[in-house]
Design a protein around this ligand. Structure first.
Ligand code: SF4
Length: 470
């Protein structure tokens, strides 16, 4: 859950990157940072907070040069603190000079690699999995940075889209499974790389294509060199980018996300129809699918729940438990629309079930006669280890309850989930090119570090219990 952006050969590189990070803010809100380079030096600034808070005009003036990379972070490996904010910079990295790195994704063997490196004397500055890459790079004896990177990345496993900045070049790499998106754009003579194409739209760049899974691109001046550097037996593009994570106005894995979300709702309406008066989304995540559901079913769409967009990450639940402030502070029902109605409530997922239960209650208390819940993806049964923050398996209600039991728990009059084939049809994919592990429990790459990661421990326990039953 991070956003990355890079630009080369642009007179206003740091300002362009600043704008690009604004467009990618939804991918991470804990910390942000940027490195720029002017042919001789690399300059870096990073801090906790939003893009709007961290970069002042003065800071952007100090980020000199024609090349820049930036990062918005949400921690899925390593703690949420300034030490883990990116870019991560190594001042003297073998013969390569200063190298700055930003990473989107999660390495699944970072702990064992870190352990090995520490035994060899490496001193880590952060608890981020991304730092492992820099330490491996620093130890490489390869003659150039591209070769050293390939040597390094052959040792890491998991999900990674990386941007690296040196004094005079920008490098972009996508792991061979293609878990996370990375795109190439162009503005005049400048190449741009970004997690999502909405960042290109903001700066007026044209989308060219994806960085292919396993591809490494080296950009120096106005030239782009491409190498197919890494190979994997299968693709595993994260289907959740289309369900929830990416912005609807982005092109991700070559397809507009809004098109996928509309299809999610339409196919859900075909698979799980219901007699009702209005289709109400749980904002904002349920809106696009609810519009699709409404258009397919012919049931009118209504904004029956209004979201407060200004709550932010600092909301502290008051001690009193008299009312459910947590949900109420974010959502408020529109009584006039709901009173006396049969309502289809649309969302993109049920995680623990507690919030959905409160929302169903809230809609009923606002006067709805019946509340039918429809979810625009299959039940979430397993956690993600490739860079999306999900609770442990034990906390996921669908890992231990049937759909019917979930419906009873959240007190809905009926419940329906989109099927897995329906989901794959909605994103116009061939099933085997996507990772769908959070819906199937079938992970596309094996785990290495199962001993110290708490989430991994939960999964290991479950696998162990399952093997005992077998
Ligand atoms: S487990 Fe789910 S969220 Fe994680 S990469 Fe796979 S599809 Fe995406």
């Amino acid at each position: 859950m991070c956003g990355i952006f890079g630009i080369a050969n642009h007179a206003d590189a740091s300002n362009m990157t600043h704008l690009g990070l604004y467009a990618l803010q939804h991918r991470g809100q804990e910390s942000t940072g940027m490195s720029s380079s002017d042919g001789d030096q690399v300059f870096t600034h990073k801090a906790m907070g939003y893009v709007a808070e961290v970069f002042s005009e003065e800071v952007l003036r100090r980020l000199k040069g024609m090349n820049a990379i930036g990062h918005t972070r949400y921690s899925t490996a390593g703690d949420s603190n300034e030490g883990n904010a990116q870019p991560l910079v190594v001042k003297s990295c073998g013969t390569f000079g200063t190298v700055s790195l930003v990473h989107n994704g999660n390495l699944i063997n970072a702990l064992s690699l870190r352990d090995r490196l520490e035994k060899q004397g490496a001193i880590f500055q952060s608890t981020s999995d991304s730092e492992v890459i820099l330490h491996l790079l620093a130890r490489s004896e390869a003659g150039n940075l591209m070769d050293a990177l390939v040597e390094t990345l052959l040792q890491v496993q998991g999900a990674f889209c990386l941007l690296l900045l040196t004094a005079d070049s920008l490098i972009g790499i996508r792991d061979a499974n293609g878990f996370r998106p990375l795109n190439i754009g162009k503005i005049n003579g400048s190449y741009v790389l970004a997690s999502e194409t909405c960042a290109f739209d903001l700066i007026g760049a044209t989308y060219i294509r994806e960085v292919e899974p396993g591809e490494m691109v080296l950009i120096r001046g106005d030239e782009l060199k491409s190498v197919k550097a890494l190979h994997a037996p299968r693709l595993a593009k994260c289907i959740f980018e289309h369900v929830y994570f990416s912005r609807p106005d982005s092109v991700v894995f070559g397809r507009t996300v809004q098109t996928s979300r509309d299809q999610l709702g339409r196919i859900l309406a075909q698979e799980s129809p219901v007699d009702a008066d209005i289709v109400v989304p749980i904002p904002d995540s349920g809106v696009a699918a609810a519009i699709g559901y409404s258009q397919e079913s012919g049931i009118p769409f209504a904004f029956g729940l209004i979201r407060n967009h200004y709550v932010g990450r600092t909301f502290i639940e008051p001690k009193t438990k008299i009312r459910n402030f947590g949900v109420k502070v974010k959502l408020n029902p529109v009584r006039e629309l709901l009173t006396g109605k049969w309502v289809v409530l649309i969302d993109d997922s049920i995680v623990r079930g507690t919030t959905s239960r409160k929302i169903v209650k809230m809609v009923r208390a606002a006067g709805a006669k019946e509340v039918h819940v429809r979810i625009s993806c299959p039940p979430t049964v397993s956690p993600c280890f490739y860079g999306i923050d999900t609770p442990t398996k034990k906390e996921l209600i669908a890992s231990s309850h049937t759909v019917e039991e979930i419906g009873k728990y959240i007190e809905a009059d009926s419940i329906g989930y989109l099927s897995l084939p329906g989901l794959i049809r909605a994103v116009a994919g061939k099933g085997n090119e996507f990772c769908t592990a959070c819906y199937t429990g079938q992970y596309p790459i094996d785990f290495v570090d199962m001993t110290t990661d708490v989430k991994a421990q939960n999964l290991q326990l479950d696998l162990w219990e399952a093997s005992l039953k077998d």
